[in-house]
Design a protein around this ligand. Structure first.
Ligand code: NAD
Length: 450
């Protein structure tokens, strides 16, 4: 039995600590004068009560949230999740990270996120449909093609997005409502490449970092060993893409547990087993693991692709990967970041490596506005360009921050004389600096109303 981490796992506090770690590396510190606080605070938080008739006639009252973080760069964009842990602070953090993701990948959106506190594993399809419809009706005109555009996230999928579209469309007849939501089924205005976008984006980032020499512990994907926590949209597609790139997927896990084979799992066999039994566990000829143990197997690349706060101060010392690359949002806590950093294990941060989904969501939105359908190869190339540019911005910014460390330290000590010594900037800090600077620039260009 592993000990519980003693650190603060409140996700919004974690988002704030990551933001605060980046602030000393931004330009013109004296000039911020309160802007930083405004930039960090969410613009709007909506909480709705959702009475839903269950299949057995019981009326269950759910709570739904939708948070708009920052719309200076465009309408809000972000997924909707169904999960028992959903609460306001979690959704606020996820919306904040969406703002940084959109800025980092230079797509014209701000950050948003939504969720319903429920246990999707205990819901029938019809119950999920009723929750979705009631939630979207309750949000009313707080979402819209030019105001706030949802997408799939944890335990929601293309089917859920079809219900979102249909509900919104019933409320706005006679309009092109397709751009109100992304991640829709292909027949309903969805985009080619959206299903695999998050995993594909992650591989593009990793490949480009290797090309740039930014991950000294990793020479290439051919022959590399990979462990993945989570076997849903992000994790399962990542497993397939890593295998196609010549890597050996040695461990995977889902909520029920994990499996391990140091010589490489047969990914197609794992997928059929998951489809047949609902889980990856008990696949014959593999070693069983606990659902978090997969984070500790020896591997070149570790991909947390399940939920938040999985790599913490409690297990970071036992991570045996050369590189951690995040597919989930917020899987690594700040304490774990420090431990991994001190151990020389780079962590490629979610706001960069998990941004492929929102990039292709943007492509879907653009296609819907023009009633077009782009070719898959076109989407693939466009995604690659976006991920490359974002990766380059993060890697070069980090190098520049490290080079000018003394200057940043001096400036920060002038503004905050009692503050502790700055830590050497990580990829996460550099990614935040790029994103925050872009959001700040837009806010300054627009000016603060009135
Ligand atoms: P999903 O619902 O498709 O899959 C989630 C997977 O994680 C399932 O296999 C589930 O069994 C597993 N899981 C859940 N809790 C677990 C635990 N405690 N231990 C081990 N496995 C666990 O969700 P998804 O869309 O793949 O999202 C996964 C993560 O990726 C989330 O953090 C999400 O926010 C993030 N993400 C998703 C997208 C997207 O486009 N779907 C984009 C960016 C980031």
């Amino acid at each position: 039995m592993s000990a519980k981490p003693t650190e603060d796992l409140n996700l919004f506090h974690i988002a704030k600590r990551q933001f605060d770690a980046a602030v000393p590396f931004t330009r013109d510190l004296e000039g911020w004068r309160g802007v930083a606080e405004w930039l960090f605070r969410p613009e709007r938080m909506i909480k709705v009560t959702l009475p839903v008739v269950m299949d057995d006639g019981y009326v269950h009252t759910y709570t739904g949230f939708r948070v708009l973080h920052d719309t200076a760069r465009g309408p809000g964009k972000g997924g909707i999740r169904f999960h028992p842990n959903v609460d306001e602070d979690e959704i606020k953090a996820l919306a904040t990270w969406m703002s940084w993701k959109c800025a980092l990948t230079e797509i014209p959106f701000g950050g948003a996120k939504g969720g319903v506190e429920c246990d999707p594993t205990r819901l029938s399809t019809q119950e999920k449909r009723r929750i979705t419809r009631r939630f979207i009706a309750a949000l009313g005109d707080n979402i819209g093609p030019h105001t706030d555009i949802p997408a799939p996230d944890l335990y929601t999928d293309a089917q859920t997005m079809a219900w979102v579209y249909d509900t919104y469309s019933m409320m706005h007849p006679g309009e092109n409502n397709l751009p109100v939501v992304t991640g829709k089924p292909l027949d309903l205005g969805g985009s080619l490449g959206r299903e695999t976008a998050t995993a594909q984006g992650l591989l593009f980032v990793l490949e480009h970092m290797i090309e740039m020499g930014a991950l000294p512990g990793l020479a290439g994907l051919e022959g590399a060993s990979v462990a993945i926590q989570g076997f849903g949209n992000a994790g399962r597609n990542a497993a397939r893409l890593f295998r196609n790139a010549g890597a050996a997927v040695v461990g995977v896990s889902d909520t029920r547990g994990g499996i391990y084979d140091p010589s490489g799992l047969d990914v197609a066999r794992v997928e059929s087993h998951k489809d047949e039994t609902g889980s990856v566990v008990d696949l014959p000829d593999t070693k069983p693991l606990d659902h978090r143990e997969v984070l500790e197997v020896p591997c070149d690349v570790l991909v947390p692709a399940a939920i938040e706060s999985q790599i913490t101060s409690e297990n970071a010392e036992r991570v045996q990967a050369a590189v951690v690359i995040e597919a989930a949002n917020g899987p690594t806590t700040p304490e774990a970041d420090d431990i991994l950093g001190d151990r020389g294990i780079p962590v490629v941060p979610d706001i960069l490596s998990a941004s492929g989904g929102v990039v292709v969501s943007y492509f879907e939105w653009a296609q819907n506005l023009g009633n077009e359908q782009w070719e898959e190869a076109d989407i693939h190339n466009r995604l690659q360009q976006k991920m490359k540019r974002a990766t380059e911005a993060v890697v070069t910014t980090r190098a520049a921050l490290i080079e000018n460390m003394e200057r940043y330290q001096e400036a920060w000590s002038r503004v905050q004389p009692k503050a502790p010594k700055l830590r050497r900037p990580t990829l996460r800090t550099a990614a935040h600096v790029v994103a925050i600077e872009r959001c700040r620039r837009t806010a300054e260009q627009r000016g603060i109303w009135p």
